[in-house]
Ligand binder design. Structure first.
Ligand code: M6R
Length: 366
């Protein structure tokens, strides 16, 4: 059932264009100019009157939540907090019937996320689930929600679930923003149109697999990696680092690129691989100067850049060129090469990619 792939993880990485298409099916119309997430429409009164959204999740799903915060705040102008479910549930959080809680979980069985849902529900909050496993515990405990519809995910390292979660969060933000009238028609159309085109662009990214496999051989020596990004790319940096550590057992940290100078830059030397998400969006110039700072300390920069970038290719040690998209959808493109990088480094090191040590696919105990 690996369909010719050596591991489920690689199969699931390659399934992503189809998964995102399935995730959007029936939600975005054929012309790519309208998006409707039915749960948002069904419960729009609840969602529109919310003073605040709180996203609860763990691990990779928490990273998707950070992107969700950015999307919902910028499109819907609602404040969003993102919490580790395990911290939220034990803090006696301030929460009431004016709050909407979004619980994100691939398995729908994560113990801490489920407990966070139960707690928030007991305080009167409205609960919206974003899950993959149909009929699992979290969807059953929530008031409503949207499935990501990416099919079973077998590899312990979450890949297609992450891009599915980000896709649903994008559609949620767009549907709600339209109801709230916090998004202009032109911007709405632009984002929906671009979102519709993401599966094709992901296919282009997957063609880089051999190149990334080659690149990965260089880095099996490393004991540490740093991942940097800003804005929408900051959660992608965290996600790239988590992927690498869980399957290759290389220590990796993700940081907001500008935080480097507040401490972590002290770690950089000629041995240190630094992966920088440096696509041509909003904060490009700032990221460029962050790369210059790393190069001044002789760090080995692996940059994710937009196709045709001629500036960063001159300073970075290695460049991975990616198709252009709009800023808020960049994570759907930039995450994929980082999944491949983690996969190939782990394979080169001879690790059990689908079942890394000490980890279970769903964490049903706290
Ligand atoms: O099933 P969930 O989305 O609730 O799982 C949450 C985390 O346990 C999960 O994302 C974990 O971090 C993955 N192994 C990361 O690849």
């Amino acid at each position: 059932e690996k369909e010719g792939y050596p591991h489920f993880m690689l199969k699931e990485i390659f399934e992503q264009p189809g998964c995102i298409h399935d995730c959007m099916r029936g939600r975005i119309n054929i012309d790519g100019n309208s998006v409707v997430l039915s749960a948002v429409i069904d419960y729009k009164e609840k969602l529109l009157k919310a003073k605040r959204f709180i996203i609860v999740a763990c691990g990779t799903s928490w990273h998707a939540g950070l992107i969700g915060k950015h999307l919902i705040e910028s499109f819907c102008r609602i404040p969003v907090e993102v919490e580790y479910a395990s911290e939220f549930r034990y803090r006696d959080p301030v929460i009431d019937e004016n709050d909407v809680v979004i619980a994100i979980s691939q398995s729908g069985e994560t113990a801490d996320t489920l407990a966070a849902v139960e707690l928030a529900k007991s305080r009167g909050a409205f609960i919206y689930g974003i899950c993959n496993a149909i009929g699992s515990s979290i969807p059953r405990a929530t008031h409503t929600g949207s499935y990501i519809h990416v099919g079973p995910e077998i590899g312990v390292a979450s890949t297609k679930a992450f891009t599915g979660q980000v896709t649903v969060l994008t559609m949620l933000a767009l549907t709600l923003a339209r109801e709230k009238r916090t998004i202009g028609e032109a911007q709405f159309l632009k984002v929906v149109h671009e979102l519709n085109g993401i599966p094709e662009k992901m296919k282009q990214v997957l063609k880089l697999n051999d190149k990334i496999a080659e690149l990965s051989k260089i880095f099996t020596y490393a004991h540490n990696f740093i991942y940097l990004g800003r804005g929408y790319s900051y959660p992608v940096a965290l996600e790239g680092a988590l992927k690498l550590k869980e399957i290759s057992y290389i220590h990796a940290e993700g940081y907001p690129a500008a935080e480097m100078k507040h401490g972590p830059i002290a770690l950089v030397d000629a041995e240190m691989p630094v992966v920088v998400i440096a696509t041509q969006n909003g904060l490009y110039e700032k990221v460029l100067s962050n790369i210059q700072e790393i190069k001044a300390r002789k760090g080995r920069v692996i940059a994710l850049v937009t196709e045709g970038d001629t500036v960063i290719s001159k300073i970075a040690d290695y460049c991975i060129e990616l198709p252009q998209t709009i800023e808020c959808l960049d994570p759907l493109i930039t995450t994929v090469p980082l999944q491949m990088l983690a996969y190939h480094v782990a394979v080169c090191k001879g690790m059990d990619v689908d079942q890394p040590r000490n980890l279970a696919k769903s964490v049903t105990v706290e």
